[in-house]
Design a protein around this ligand. Sequence first.
Ligand code: PXL
Length: 298
Amino acid sequence: MKKILTIQDISCFGKCSLTVALPLLSSMGIETVILPTAVLSTHTLFKGFTCKDLSDQLKPITDHWKQEGITFDAVYTGYLGTEEEIDTVIRIIESFRNENTLVFVDPAMGDNGKLYPAFNEHYAKKNADLCAIADITDPNITEGSFMTGIPYKENYSENYVKEMLLALAEIGTKTPILTGVSLSEGKTGAMGYDTENKAFFNYQNDKVPAAYHGTGDIFSSVLAGAFVLGIDRINALKIAADYTAHTIAETLKNPKNPWYGVDFEATIPALVDSLKKIRGVTGADLLPPASGSAYLQV
Ligand code: PXL
């Protein structure tokens, strides 16, 4: 079974960061080790949230793992707290990394042209240092704009997206992927750039007309999981984008329509099904032997 370490906060209520990454990655058949950077009562879009910073725990926890000889196939980082914490996370990645470790960075810090309440422009630039050591990063256009200095645009051309991807590659990421990219009316998806082959790649699906908090974390968790499982980049984008769109559509059917997050729990069986189909088609890695068992072996 593949083993991933994910480093982000726990927002106890609110369906984001670790409370979505852990169940999604586990359901994809990946052993998921968590390193919580802070415990918040809710995510930061609620008023009056509490926050207990756990930065001073990161080194003792990871030192213990080192003593135990624990290793990871991948490290996936999400929402972090401070510039110092980013430095600590960079050191942790460097100490656990070998030539086969996949480093996936979601520089979660903003949306719709603005940074989240806890962050400023210095923090955004610091996140670029973390992206510099990543194999894959998946900022949205807001985050890409804050890291590259390219002004944020709501309406843009394909060339604008390509220019931002090249600027992100310049920062150092091997494969930057911009999320929430709409290349035509009624469509949305993601576009990436593979620096090794100097090739752009892109996946678009139908836009579901609603925006929910935490969907970026859902997309990133599934995308990171798909890459860890060895699924090729187009199918990895497809599985993450389709699952996110399907989950938003299902949430819209909920008469209580929770504003603070999506009903991803209801769509996990669909994720597991699409994963089985894609792995069947691509032959990606490790399908279980045809023993008649329903166990998903990784
Ligand atoms: O979904 C990103 C996220 C994660 N964690 C916390 C947040 C947010 C977005 O606002 O506040 C604490």
